[in-house]
Design a binder for this molecule. Sequence first.
Ligand code: GLN
Length: 471
Amino acid sequence: MIYPSIESLHSALHAGQTSCAELVKEALQRAEEKADLNIFIELFPETARAQARAVDAKLAAGTAGPLAGVTIALKDNLCFKGHGVSAGSNMLRGFESQFTATVVQRLIDADAIILGRTGCDEFAMGSSNETSAYGPVKNPVDPSLTPGGSSGGSAAAVAAGICHAALGSDTGGSIRQPAAFTGTYGVKPTYGRVSRHGVIAYASSFDQVGPFARSLDDLARITEVISGADAFDTTCSERPVPAMGPIPAERPFTFGYYKEVLDNPALDAEIRQYFFDRVDQLKAAGHRVEALDFPYLDALVPIYYILTTAEASSNLARYDGVHIGHRSEKATDLESLYKKSRSEGFGEEVQRRILLGTFVLSAGYFDAFYGKAQKARRVVRDATLEALTQVDALIGPTTPHTAFPLGQEYTDPTVLYLEDIFTVQAPIAGIPAMNIPAGPHSNGLPFGMQIMAGPFDEPKLFQAAHILDCL
Ligand code: GLN
């Protein structure tokens, strides 16, 4: 069985009702049974069984770590030495990690068990899982729907009850949106809270790794384990990692929401109503809720797509068929080797973004696009931090609507980009943000509430989430 929380799992392990070996056996079985959801690109059965044996021995000796026996799936952009990793791309099909990402190592050191790698949009670029070279993951809630993207496989692995938790990465919403679409908890920590060493880069000033879980408490435990300074990543903060709770708040909180978000025409009417019902409940429970102005909502998606494509065009330059990645068989000279390798290896969306990013960085356009977007990012960050001096946390819907059918929106990339409208603010501002499950909608599907807090204030983020979760 899948235990509802790490706490209950540990009680069962300590009472001898189960063992890590048993947990792994069951998880692998469930993964096989649900193979038609296309969640895993690859399972790591040998590794998982070996880890299970080692952790069972530690449990017997009383030396097991804080995540003992917790089965975890990795998004296919996290390196685990000796195991395949491909970022959902043909460019890296068959590639094996040369070293282990810090986040993965920390999970292993805490005695978690790594089950396999999950499907994601190619190089984490997408909102529906449909840019993956391995075909989209299907939403366990309804297989005709997208699980969201880009970390859709990790969200689905948790929602389908295959493993206890999963890691994803979030550049513009890739943890929070799939969490909303699958009814799971997901957090994007503050930029710099978690090491990016061993994470296949998309946009380096945005990317952060975070967990998916079935409860707030589990989410906090895993975030604590993966957080903290790392000598391999100089953008990773030296700040000590606080306990993330969820510790009940000792005083009433002040929540803020943006009028422009709730008035947005794209927002589903029922999700909007649900939000205002929650606001009423918060007030009834003694909390303050303030409506704030945010005049920059329409600028967020353009800022995000200019800056992230610029960073991606630079990050993905290394995949040239010489140093790393797919190498074309059809090349006749060096230039054609580069061109053909990159044209064959990258999918359509990744190529689109490399072209866009190269354009916004090119001489003559740099100031008009990249330079301006950088300035706009600062304006958004300042405005966001200013709002967070007035309120403890910002709340709103995570996505404008519930999960959409696979195949529906992918024909028009700009429609898909607008899916990110509520989630890109947090990574633009570098602040932590979380999805907690909400719903169900009258269409039967889950959706999510988003919570944002000040930089490095994950304890407050978890407290705010706890308040909402207990309503
Ligand atoms: N949907 C967004 C994009 O396509 C977010 C992706 C992400 O967070 N990795 O870029």
